[in-house]
Design a protein around this ligand. Structure first.
Ligand code: IPM
Ligand code: MG
Length: 359
């Protein structure tokens, strides 16, 4: 099979980690008999520098001509102060999510056995294991509602951000989450703030309707403040967690932290049509960019998600995940996951070791 993959290498450590992921794809291609064609796409801070806008015209069209998109990271302090939207790297991220219809963001947070000592929670908690998947709604809610700023008569300036959700938007993300729960351990927690927000009350109503249809899945409602607490108290209780855009943004960062390394976690953003977009959940880490220090594992595991969810190549995805675990089990660490006094290897060597397990 031939697959065409858009590469948004982006900013900071993005190009380095994508470089290692591309080499892993080439190794997989040789072993399993696939061809990969790569198309480079300029987006983010580097695009602001090159052409004056973070999301150049035609970006979405170029991605749509591919079977999947792999993104390194975009953004950095260099572009952090701009106020015009086209001069902000985040604008490109939000635009590509919307333009490609990527309404479902899957963010797994699993404690890898070799790294259980990196978990910042109590040992008894870590020993119970952590393996959850946050399903974050990605193209609706407060991220995409109307933003305003206006003068009031007596209270100075005022700002507002509108949060809206339709039944259609809630139902399609809900279905994704129930389907995923069926493929995993059959448990789904829906996180909302239904004791306060009307959007959450509609969210809950739709989720309850789906829970009847998917009666084989064990379903529960969890209020978002309680969910934040449960994630540090007893994360082992969660399997799939579905939630709206902003709650998902916050809870997925929290979930990544409890696994001990953000440098290990991949993500997938998918819609009803190809291409899906795959990216590490860490940022562009400008402080270590270009120094061969970044951990390429999150990006390499994002390729595994791409194979699994966009290409239905489960054996290839398993092979990548097993290669990563094998290297970690042998004790190899990049700086972000090295314990005190443990030696660390660089981005390139980590990539090479993972590929050596794939040959
Ligand atoms: C994320 C990021 C983005 C978000 C930012 C950079 C716009 O935090 O992907 O979680 O809030 O969605
Ligand atoms: Mg975030």
């Amino acid at each position: 099979m031939t697959f065409k993959i858009a590469l948004i290498r982006g900013d900071g450590i993005g190009p380095e980690v994508v470089g290692e992921a591309v080499k892993v794809m080439e190794t997989i291609g040789k072993r399993f008999g696939h061809q990969f064609e790569f198309v480079d796409i300029l987006m983010g801070g580097c695009a602001i520098d090159a052409v004056g806008t973070s999301y150049p015209d035609g970006t979405a069209e170029k991605c749509k001509a591919c079977d999947a998109v792999l993104l390194g990271a975009v953004g950095g302090p260099k572009w952090g102060h701009a106020t015009q939207p086209e001069k902000r790297p985040e604008t490109a991220l939000l635009s590509i999510r919307k333009d490609l219809g990527l309404y479902a963001n899957l963010r797994p947070a699993a404690l890898r056995p070799a790294l259980s000592q990196a978990c910042p929670l109590k040992k008894e908690t870590a020993d119970r294991g952590i393996d959850l998947m946050i399903v974050r709604e990605l193209t609706g809610g407060i991220y995409f509602g109307k933003r305003e700023r206006y003068q009031t008569e007596d209270r100075g300036e005022e700002a507002s951000d509108r949060m809206a959700y339709s039944e259609l938007e809630i139902e399609r993300i809900g279905r994704r989450a129930f389907e995923l729960a069926r493929l995993r351990r059959g448990k789904l927690a829906s996180v909302d703030k239904a004791n306060v927000l009307e959007t959450s009350r509609l969210w809950r109503q739709v989720m309850h309707r789906l829970a009847e249809e998917y009666s084989d899945v064990a379903y529960e409602d969890v209020l978002v403040d309680n969910a934040a607490m449960q994630l540090v108290r007893d994360p082992g209780q969660f399997d799939v967690v579905v939630t709206e855009n902003m709650f998902g943004d916050i809870l997925s960062d929290e979930a990544s932290m409890i696994t001990g390394s953000i440098g290990l976690l991949p993500s997938a953003s998918i819609g009803d049509q190809a291409p899906g977009l795959y990216e590490p959940i860490h940022g562009s880490a400008p402080d270590i960019a270009g120094q061969d220090k970044a951990n390429p594992i999150a990006t390499i595991l994002s390729v595994a998600m791409m194979f699994r969810y966009s290409f239905q190549l489960a054996a290839e995805a398993d092979a990548i995940e097993q290669a990563v675990d094998a290297v970690l089990n042998e004790g190899w660490r990049t700086a972000d996951i090295a314990g005190p006094g443990e030696p660390a290897i660089g981005t390139i060597q980590m990539g090479e070791l993972i590929r050596s397990k794939l040959k």
